[in-house]
Design a protein around this ligand. Structure first.
Ligand code: NAD
Length: 469
């Protein structure tokens, strides 16, 4: 597949073969962008920045609506492509396509709405007769860097808000899953956006750092792992950097909670969906000791169908690679050697790791203290809800937390106490709507995404004071 340099299809010399994580077969090909093509993309983004910022809202919104409509029309093809390069079950891949449809549609709506504000200044004597017109202007071209686990939607999260505010974007997709981003590039190329407004460039990791430090891309919007995020922040201290990083998301089933079957089914599904490769997949499960959750959770996990992700019946497919599954296997083995028990799962077959429940895990084991990014649930009992909140906060990360409670007071307490970017009451931490602010604290990142939040992020206020009004 071609990549996109300043809105035009292009190809390089060095071929990249993308393989299916389930069986290793080739599912598509592209090429790495060459240095002169990367330079052309960045130069074009910088050259078009003023024109892009002046694009009328209706032009930006029309382009975004077109992209939304075309993703909807090509839903099945896109879903199958996501499954082929990422290995997630088709039902999740189709859901990802549906979310991207909403992201672009929402961005179109926000593009029409997004404006500045008018502020009165006569609150103090010196401001008598003055008002401030506050406009939001793009900070400049955006560098978007996306991970493999949502090859479409996390790309959409970078591109849609950029178009919505009139900021050119250079997008670097994950090397394992470039094809869906390139297909999206082909849809963007159907729009009337000016040349230079977008580029989608497959680049190997070791060549991406020059983009990170390039002063013509003053905004870096990164989604990926903590170590890479930290290195980007160090490399670009003067840039506006947003980091959407990992986590070891937790859920608490509180003392009052009555619907244990619902909680068990949600935890089983969202601890293992996409083989656990979501930054808000459930990893740590805290349950009040009055509840008999474990047998229900075990039954729900054992009912999951593992296998070929193209089969619509399959719930859990392979991880992104056999190496990734081997890492999960080694972390589980390490926990077991330190005293943990495997309630179910604990087996690997190639790139597929069986949905697994562990109990009795020491607090410093990697499966609980670090981001497992695999289909593994670590279950612990807590004597009180307060102890559960403390256990959730005992983490180097803080993306989202789930709190199963029917009690409004407990919900407010959780919202006040939990050191995370979002608290999901009555469900798992894995819920995300693309219009809400989304992001983490501590090791989970800096800044917020979600269409409207990213639009704020990509722009800065510019004030004009009018005197004598
Ligand atoms: P990764 O950090 O390995 O790669 C992410 C992106 O960074 C890829 O495009 C990669 O090619 C690029 N990259 C790698 N080294 C780079 C460098 N030196 N300079 C510039 N770019 C570089 O992450 P991954 O394995 O693709 O994704 C999994 C991680 O992403 C997990 O930690 C997960 O929690 C996180 N994630 C976070 C969110 C969120 O919104 N918080 C969402 C999805 C995934």
């Amino acid at each position: 597949m071609d990549f996109y340099v300043a809105g035009s299809a292009a190809h390089g010399d060095d071929e990249v073969t993308v393989t299916h994580p389930y069986d290793g077969r080739a599912v598509g090909r592209t090429t790495w962008a060459k240095d002169d093509q990367v330079e052309a993309a960045v130069a074009a983004a910088a050259a078009v920045a003023a024109e892009a910022a002046a694009l009328p809202a209706h032009v930006r919104a029309t382009a975004l609506e077109h992209v939304s409509r075309r993703i909807a029309e090509r839903r099945q093809e896109i879903g199958e492509l996501i499954t082929a390069e990422n290995g997630k079950p088709l039902k999740w891949a189709l859901l990802e396509a549906d979310r991207a449809v909403s992201v672009f549609r929402w961005a179109a709506e926000e593009a029409r709405r997004f404006s500045g504000s008018l502020q009165r200044l006569d609150t103090d004597p010196g401001g008598t007769g003055r008002i401030a017109v506050v406009k939001r202007v793009p900070r400049g071209p955006v560098l978007g860097i996306s991970p493999f686990n949502f090859p479409l939607n996390l790309v959409a999260h970078k591109i849609a808000p950029a178009i919505a505010v009139g900021a050119p974007i250079v997008l670097k997709p994950a090397p394992a899953t470039p094809l869906t981003a390139l297909l999206l590039g082909s849809i963007l190329a159907e729009t009337d956006l000016p040349a230079g407004m977008f580029s989608v460039l497959p680049i190997p990791n070791d060549r991406a750092s020059s983009l990170v430090t390039d002063p013509r891309l003053p905004i870096v919007s990164f989604t990926g792992s903590g170590p890479v995020g930290a290195s980007i922040r160090r490399a670009a201290p003067d840039k506006h950097v947003t980091l959407e990083l990992g986590g070891n998301a937790a859920v608490l089933v509180c003392s009052d909670y009555a619907d244990l079957d619902w909680a068990a089914s949600r935890i089983a599904t969202f601890g293992t969906y996409q083989a656990g490769q979501s930054c808000i997949a459930v990893q740590r499960v805290f349950v009040h000791s009055d509840h008999d959750l474990l047998p229900r959770l075990t039954a729900a996990v054992n009912a999951l169908v593992t296998g070929d992700p193209s089969d619509p019946k399959v719930d859990v497919g392979p991880m992104i690679s056999e190496d990734a599954a081997k890492r999960v296997e080694s972390w589980v083995d390490e926990a077991v050697a330190a005293g943990a028990s495997v309630v179910t799962g604990g087996k690997r077959d190639g790139a597929t790791y069986a949905p697994t429940i562990l109990t009795g895990v020491p607090a410093d084991a990697k499966v609980v203290a670090e981001e497992i990014f695999g289909p593994v649930l670590v279950v612990s009992e807590v004597p009180t809800d307060e102890a559960g909140f403390a256990a959730i906060n005992n983490s180097a990360y803080g993306l989202q937390a789930g709190v199963f409670t029917h009690n409004l007071q407990t919900a407010f307490t959780a919202h006040r106490i939990l050191d995370v970017g979002g608290v999901i009451v009555g469900d798992v931490p894995s819920y995300r709507a693309d219009q809400m602010p989304y992001g983490g604290v501590k090791g989970s990142g800096v800044g917020r995404e979600g269409v409207a939040s990213a639009m704020e992020d990509y722009t800065e206020p510019r004030v004009m004071v009018l005197t004598g009004v």
